[in-house]
Structure formats: structure tokens, C-alpha cells
Unconditional design. Structure first.
Length: 104
């Protein structure tokens, strides 16, 4: 169906990262590890419209979504990364009912 809000993007990204970490900790042989990495990359490519959400936790990107900051003016990104926007709909997909009432 797709990801309906930033919060869902964060969750799927965390699940993909945790899967990689657990596979590395289990010391998967090279063949199965390569297949897993390929499958996770395909899933990410299909699931995410873009990877802008990755800027949310990068200290070097602080202010990238704020046109009032120097970085925001240079980059000109219109995404909204502040936590108060994490559960706003992205596109036409409905956000989970519990997330609709989330307010900071």
C-alpha cells in the first residue's frame, strides 16, 4: 500500500537497519548476506519515495528543512522534519488512526 507519513518511514528504516545488524551479528555467510542485502535494498527502493527522512537524525543536516537557516536557504528543501509533522499524511494514503491524534 505504501508509507503514509514520516513516522512510518522511520519505522521501516529502523526495521531494515535492525535486520542488517542482526544478520551481521549472526555472522551470515557471504552468499546469504549478499542475498539479504539485495532484498533489503529492493524493499527500500520500492517502499520509499525518497530518502529525505534520513536527514532528520543527521546533526550535520540540522536546519535543512528551515528556510530561515543558512543551510535551509542553500538547499531549499521543502520537507518537514520536525517531530510535530511526523504523522502528517504524505500524499493520499491514510495515516493510521492512532497517529492522527498525535500532537506535540
Amino acid at each position: 500500500m505504501g508509507l503514509a507519513c514520516r513516522g512510518e518511514e522511520f519505522v521501516l528504516d529502523a526495521v531494515l537497519n535492525q535486520t542488517r545488524i542482526l544478520a551481521e551479528l549472526e555472522d551470515l555467510p557471504a552468499g546469504p548476506m549478499a542475498k539479504l542485502e539485495h532484498a533489503l535494498a529492493e524493499l527500500a527502493e520500492e517502499a520509499f519515495d525518497d530518502f529525505d527522512f534520513a536527514f532528520a537524525f543527521d546533526p550535520a543536516a540540522d536546519g535543512i528543512d528551515d528556510p530561515e537557516t543558512e543551510l535551509g536557504r542553500q538547499v531549499g528543501m521543502s520537507m518537514r522534519l520536525h517531530p510535530r509533522y511526523w504523522f502528517e499524511p504524505i500524499g493520499d494514503l491514510p495515516v493510521h488512526p492512532l497517529a492522527r491524534s498525535w500532537e506535540l
